[in-house]
Design a protein around this ligand. Structure first.
Ligand code: FES
Ligand code: FE
Length: 381
């Protein structure tokens, strides 16, 4: 039977995956213009707590300011541009942000409030030297920033229909119980492309295929298969965990209480995804959730930040439980990372100009079209 999917189409030019100039264009067109997730609200507990985050070669500070309002700034001092915070997270004591170089001091709403030791000058007005603000908003406990002066859309519109897939997951009330950070030698697009297809799954992910039998057929969704029919009214076409599995763990079993609020269909499926083109995906299971953020750190390097989330009343679970919920995904991430690194190296061949997308890689084509549109939009006149 012929696939209901489109035929073959070309993939992106190989140089887009390593050329430093093209990398810079993508940072400007995507990463410095769109909303990008940088962390979780639950890591900021009291006024003055902060974390820093990298996006390309930019660095931002996110803090809990007066009245529990989230604030974000570029991590740069208005005096001569020193990095203000070098730690990944911390607490601003006494509500003061103090530059480590000449101790210019800012309040938690970003105003310059002291310049110790500065000789007086008639024409110095502290009001002109507030920190550079960054747009910040949240979705279900995830903190997003937008580095553009005027975001083209609010976070809600930016997330669009993708929000619906995890609508029933109580992510607002969940906390990260484990975080892993991986440095992977590949362009950011390669990791996203790898996430967007399951053509590689039978070869690369034997353990995952046991839990998700549809992946053995080299497709991401059961509905991609020729002649697919829904099994029942609850079947959303994504495929389900195997008959003897409940969730994504090595043995498919769960030792945690089911998350409240999910439908029967969501529990039976065992998995749901919210994908934020190019930069992040959140995976919901019946008993836990996981977020994966891609941070581009160079043309051929990313950092992957992976968090495993549980309801806040389970935030102190023992290490065995953590191992159970992290084991399968950690295995899969290592398998994917290795494949992406090989892909990156192979792209440097002088004979390889671009590749070809096969039918079940249609989400890569959508991603490429989305990226091309972003690049055209942002191209300077
Ligand atoms: Fe920050 Fe001088 S650069 S006080
Ligand atoms: Fe994979």
């Amino acid at each position: 039977m012929v696939s209901p999917l489109p035929g073959v189409r070309p993939s992106l030019p190989a140089s887009w995956y390593f050329d430093p100039e093209h990398y810079r264009r993508e940072l400007e067109a995507v990463w410095y213009r769109d909303w990008v997730c940088v962390g979780r609200t639950d890591s900021l507990q009291r006024e003055g707590d902060y974390f820093t985050a990298r996006i390309g070669d930019q660095n931002v500070i996110v803090t809990l300011g007066p009245g529990a309002a989230l604030r974000a700034w570029h991590n740069t001092c208005r005096h001569r541009g020193s990095l203000l915070c070098k730690e990944a997270h911390g607490h601003f004591r006494n509500g003061r942000i103090i530059c480590p170089y000449h101790t210019w001091t800012y309040s938690l709403d970003g105003r310059l409030v002291a310049t110790p030791g500065r000789l007086e000058a008639d024409d110095f007005a502290a009001g002109g030297y507030s920190l550079y603000a960054v747009h910040v908003d949240t979705w279900k406990g995830f903190v997003f920033v937008n580095l553009s002066d005027a975001p083209r859309e609010g976070l809600d519109d930016f997330l669009g229909d993708e929000k619906a897939h995890l609508e029933n997951w109580p992510l607002d009330d969940m906390r990260s119980v484990h975080q892993a950070i991986y440095s992977v030698a590949c362009n950011w697009k390669l990791f996203w492309e790898n996430y967007s297809e399951c053509y590689h799954c039978p070869r690369l992910h034997p353990e995952l295929c046991k839990i998700m039998p549809v992946y053995k057929k080299a497709v991401f969704k059961a509905s991609d298969l020729p002649g697919w029919e829904p099994a029942d009214d609850n079947d959303n076409g994504y495929g389900r965990v195997s008959a003897n599995a409940e969730t994504w763990t090595m043995d498919g079993k769960s030792t945690l209480p089911p998350l409240p609020g999910l439908t029967d269909a969501e529990r039976q499926a065992g998995v749901a995804f919210t994908s934020i083109q190019g930069s992040m995906f959140v995976v919901g299971h019946p008993d836990y959730a996981r977020s994966v953020r891609i941070v581009p750190t160079g043309p051929e390097r990313i950092e992957l930040v992976v968090d495993w989330l549980l309801p806040s009343d389970l935030a102190n679970v023992d290490s065995d439980t953590i191992e159970r919920i992290t084991g399968l995904a950690e295995r899969v991430i290592r398998q994917d990372s290795e494949a992406c690194e090989l892909n990156q190296r192979g792209l440097h061949s002088s004979r390889f100009e671009h590749g070809v997308l096969v039918p079940q890689e249609y989400m890569l084509w959508d991603f490429h079209q989305w990226l091309r549109a972003r690049l055209v939009e942002s191209k300077p006149l």
